[in-house]
Design a protein. Structure first.
Ligand code: SF4
Length: 136
């Protein structure tokens, strides 16, 4: 059985103890949310595994922005900074707005799609202040 947990909760008191407390139940833990560490994700992953906070470090949106991330860490020992996910969240905002998910800011495939313009337009529309009904 696999238990997915947010690495942010792992930094809380409960989260950091949960993997050890539940070990008797034969659960494997996969952390999530590690992309927020950005350039420091490899350091975090190493520390989390070493400290026993998790059994696996899950990679989510980092894989959309930078699919070679694990290979570069393991084989080259360095990262290409321009490819690192900066957690802009277009990949999650687009589906919320009815568009296909993808890394619009960093992946040229998505940058060139018509949905990229639609996404920008919808975001601009959402940023516009709504009329105050009290000022009518
Ligand atoms: S859209 Fe933003 S959050 Fe999503 S993968 Fe690309 S850089 Fe990361």
């Amino acid at each position: 059985m696999v238990f997915l947990f947010s690495i942010l909760s792992s930094l809380t008191n409960w989260g950091s103890r949960a993997p050890r407390l539940l070990r008797g139940f034969s659960l494997d833990f996969v952390s999530s949310g590690g992309t927020y560490f950005q350039d420091y994700l490899p350091h975090f992953a190493q520390a989390a595994l070493r400290a026993g906070w998790t059994d696996f470090v899950g990679l989510g949106r980092m894989m959309l922005a930078y699919p070679e991330f694990p290979a570069d860490v393991l084989e080259k020992g360095r990262l290409e900074r321009k490819k690192i996910c900066r957690t802009f969240s277009d990949c999650t905002n687009a589906p919320r707005l009815g568009l296909v998910s993808g890394c619009y800011p960093l992946d040229s495939f998505y940058k060139g799609r018509a949905e990229a313009k639609q996404l920008q337009a919808k975001k601009a529309e959402l940023r516009r202040p709504s009329p105050n009904p009290l000022l009518k």
